[in-house]
Design a protein around this ligand. Structure first.
Ligand SMILES: C[S@@+](CC[C@H](N)C(=O)[O-])C[C@H]1O[C@@H](n2cnc3c(N)ncnc32)[C@H](O)[C@@H]1O
Ligand code: SF4
Length: 417
């Protein structure tokens, strides 16, 4: 593990204790009292597999997808039925893989969710550009989807071929999106690809807003060790210059920075499945974050279906937090929204943020990473870059290791991070 993430974790949790994930789980998940709870559903199928992609996915075939969705409906009902009545949740996000491939069965999944939960802030779903067709969009809208996110990666043929993806036709997307509207239309881009310039990235963002997006996500390219990708990563200095310039460009255009990597042209356009205090995840590889625990489902589609057939939860690993570990987890993901509100922290933990992390906040202010606006800690441009930089370390030290193991073992005994 990287020495940086190890030292930071030890300092912030005030303990040498690692995050220890074990092969055990609660049969009844303690989400009944959780406020600000979100839902996530994972659909692990893709039309074709991209070499650079770390997510849990397999090649689509109709029969496996149907078998998986039958199991998914059971998992939703198994967990949702653990408490009487309907639990209020903020949002439901479908991620993948390519969930739009299951457009025909989306209505069934959302109905199962609606039996046990009341969603207050809409339903989001990820699409591949190939799925952006009026007939598919209409099905999704009829099922209740209000936000969509399209994995463009780049409008430039050059970067698409570096990534091994087919070129995207912006006019076809524009026409389909003009025909079927959604509250949020987000487009994903990958930046910091070899040779990529500010002008390239600006052209992508301008094109996205021109053809109907009101939200864009620009993700830095991450080279996961277990993927087959041969794409080179960009040196730190060049990456920082790119991120700073694009952030300033978006600010000058009046776009709102809703998280570290997302910008919106309209105030109500939002797409983020990450910035929630607690969430329940359904499907392969889906994670669940509750007040005192974090758990992760098996990555294997077959093992997932078998567990469900035995009327058991498909949980592969669970970690139980110390209080400080949960605080660090909370702060890390809340900071992703570029802001940390001390009042929200105190509501969640029942203790003032300054009491727990007063020194760190003072030091972050001194270094110019954060400033206080209306009582809320907001990340500066410099802070956002270093957060992004640290997140990269975290991804490679924790997520890369964990996913690398879990894609080979359906139920590992233990993982220590
Ligand atoms: C599940 S995919 C989106 C939907 C659809 N499967 C597609 O590819 O169009 C989620 C997003 O993760 C991002 N992504 C995947 N691999 C990445 C990597 N190695 N580094 C950075 N971003 C990555 C891409 O922007 C991708 O659109
Ligand atoms: S980037 Fe999207 S389409 Fe490509 S393998 Fe990953 S999830 Fe599938």
């Amino acid at each position: 593990m990287s020495i940086i993430t190890h030292m930071t974790r030890t300092w912030l949790t005030r303990s040498f204790r690692p995050f220890r994930f074990r092969s055990e789980y609660d049969e009844v998940l303690p989400y009944g009292e959780c406020e600000n709870l979100g839902l996530y559903v994972h659909i692990p199928f893709c039309g074709s597999i991209c070499d650079f992609c770390p997510y849990c996915k397999v090649q689509y075939d109709r029969a496996t997808c149907d078998r998986y969705i039958d199991a998914l409906l059971k998992e939703i009902r198994m967990v949702g039925g653990q408490y009487p009545g309907k639990k209020t949740v903020t949002s439901l996000y479908f991620g993948g893989g390519t969930p739009a491939l299951a457009a025909d069965r989306l209505g069934e999944i959302i109905d199962a969710i609606n039996e046990h939960f009341t969603i207050t802030e809409g339903i989001g779903l990820e699409l591949h550009p190939d799925n952006v067709k009026p007939a598919i969009l209409r099905k999704m809208k009829a099922a209740g989807v209000t936000k969509i996110s399209i994995g463009i990666q780049s409008f430039s043929g050059r970067y698409q071929s570096i990534l091994g993806r087919a070129a995207v036709d912006p006019e076809a997307l524009r026409e389909a999106l003009a025909e079927v509207g959604f509250e949020t239309v987000s487009m994903d881009f990958i930046f910091a690809l070899p040779g990529q310039t500010f002008e390239d990235l600006r052209a992508d963002i301008d094109e996205a807003f021109r053809i109907g997006a009101n939200h864009v996500a620009i993700y830095p390219f991450i080279d996961f060790t277990f993927t087959k990708s041969t794409v080179k990563t960009m040196p730190k200095k060049q990456k920082r210059a790119l991120l700073d310039r694009i952030t300033k460009y978006c600010a000058a255009k009046g776009y709102n920075r809703s998280t570290i990597w997302t910008f919106s042209s309209e105030a109500n356009a939002r797409y983020s499945s990450m910035t929630r205090d607690n969430f329940l995840g359904f499907g392969c590889s889906a994670t669940t974050l509750l007040k005192e625990q974090f758990k992760i489902n098996t990555f294997s589609v077959d093992a997932y279906c078998e567990r469900i057939a035995q009327q058991k939860l498909p949980t592969s690993l669970t970690t139980r937090f110390t209080r400080r570990q949960r605080m660090v987890y909370y702060l890390f993901w809340t900071a992703y929204s570029t802001k940390v509100d001390p009042a929200a922290f105190e509501r969640f933990f029942g203790v003032p943020l300054r009491k727990m992390y007063g020194f760190e906040l003072w030091f972050a202010k001194l270094l110019g990473f954060v400033e206080v606006r209306d009582g809320v800690y907001s990340m500066t441009l410099k802070g956002a870059f270093y957060y992004h930089y640290y997140e990269n370390f975290y991804t490679l030290a924790y997520i890369d290791k964990m996913w690398g193991i879990m894609r080979n073992e359906a139920f590992p005994e233990e993982i220590k991070l």
